[in-house]
Design a protein. Structure first.
Length: 313
């Protein structure tokens, strides 16, 4: 369990940080201690589709893995407080200083964990070093999802905002005839999880990182949340009673066990219908990701069975 802090010192040495990535997905940070302000939750504008020049480039962000769903579920726990907006402290706003970051967080009682999620931390080269230098005991939660599905979901999100962008097939290839995948496109690069994880493992041991399956977060949310609560040293309070499967959206919605009102589902930006992608493109992407997936399984000691999942389709 992460250490509990009662003072929230400026250096952050006494703070507890929880960081989570999603598949790549997004990142959540948690800290204990008292904070000054409880901001209103607001939606975050996602980064537009872009081409990332380097692994540390801020053009690519870790998203569409399931972090928002995980954050909303863990917020149901009485010992957790979470900020709804994405602070982007360790990538875009680091120069504003720790005090700015503290002021973004909700007020927290002694013994509670404060969390935040920011999609792009996982693919930002500087993020692991910055987090480690501020609080080396940080716990990281990484939500991962089949990288092919994640890339299509990423594209779908951007398409909804910029319908004039090229097709997925055009963006995915450097040369379609030769079948050369364009790994510089952020939607593709984000899914090379082993590449990004290697950077984090230079600063954090595997024991401080929990990998959550984005797929199981849909099929067995209570099971995945049990792992999250255990990892954070929390009592298992968020259970199957908190979830209701919405057949229309295709994923679970959250409800209070004692509440008779309708379950609260994620917004309309979640569960979008994906555009139809050429099967040959899907096949080539699976082939491209396979060695990276195997490497990721070896690095984490977990087999997410993405290849098995695809063979079942």
């Amino acid at each position: 369990a992460p250490p509990r802090a009662s003072n929230g010192s400026r250096e952050g040495a006494a703070g507890t940080w929880l960081r989570t990535q999603l598949a790549p997905g997004e990142v959540i940070t948690a800290q204990s201690g008292a904070f000054e302000r409880d901001p209103q939750e607001s939606s975050t504008t996602d980064e537009e589709l872009s081409r990332a020049g380097s692994p540390g480039s801020r053009g690519g962000s870790v998203k569409k893995g399931g972090t928002r769903a995980l954050l909303e579920a863990i917020r149901a726990h009485p010992d957790v407080r979470a900020v709804g907006t994405e602070p982007h402290f360790f990538d875009r706003n680091y120069e504003k200083g720790l005090e700015w970051y503290r002021n973004v967080m909700p007020k927290t009682l002694d013994g509670q964990i404060t969390m935040e999620k920011t999609p792009s931390y996982f693919v930002t080269n500087e993020a692991p070093r910055r987090i480690h230098s501020m609080a080396k005991d940080t716990k990281l939660i990484v939500v991962v999802r089949n990288p092919v599905t994640r890339a299509i979901s990423d594209y779908t999100q951007t398409l909804s905002k910029k319908p004039e962008i090229p097709t997925f097939e055009v963006l995915a290839f450097k040369n379609r005839t030769l079948g050369l995948i364009d790994a510089s496109w952020s939607a593709i690069r984000i899914g090379i999880y082993a590449l990004h994880l290697e950077n984090w493992l230079q600063y954090f041991p595997l024991s401080q990182i929990l990998f959550v399956s984005g797929e199981r977060l849909i099929t067995d949310p209570a099971g995945e949340m049990a792992k999250v609560q255990d990892f954070l040293g929390l009592k298992r309070i968020v259970t199957e009673k908190h979830f209701y499967f919405n057949k229309t959206k295709g994923f679970p919605c959250l409800k209070k066990p004692e509440d008779s009102s309708a379950p609260r589902c994620l917004g309309k930006s979640k569960g979008r219908t994906h555009p139809k992608i050429d099967p040959d493109v899907i096949h080539r992407l699976r082939k491209f990701y396979k060695p990276f997936n195997v490497m990721f399984y070896q690095m984490t000691g977990q087999d997410f069975q993405w290849e098995q999942e695809e063979s079942d389709k």
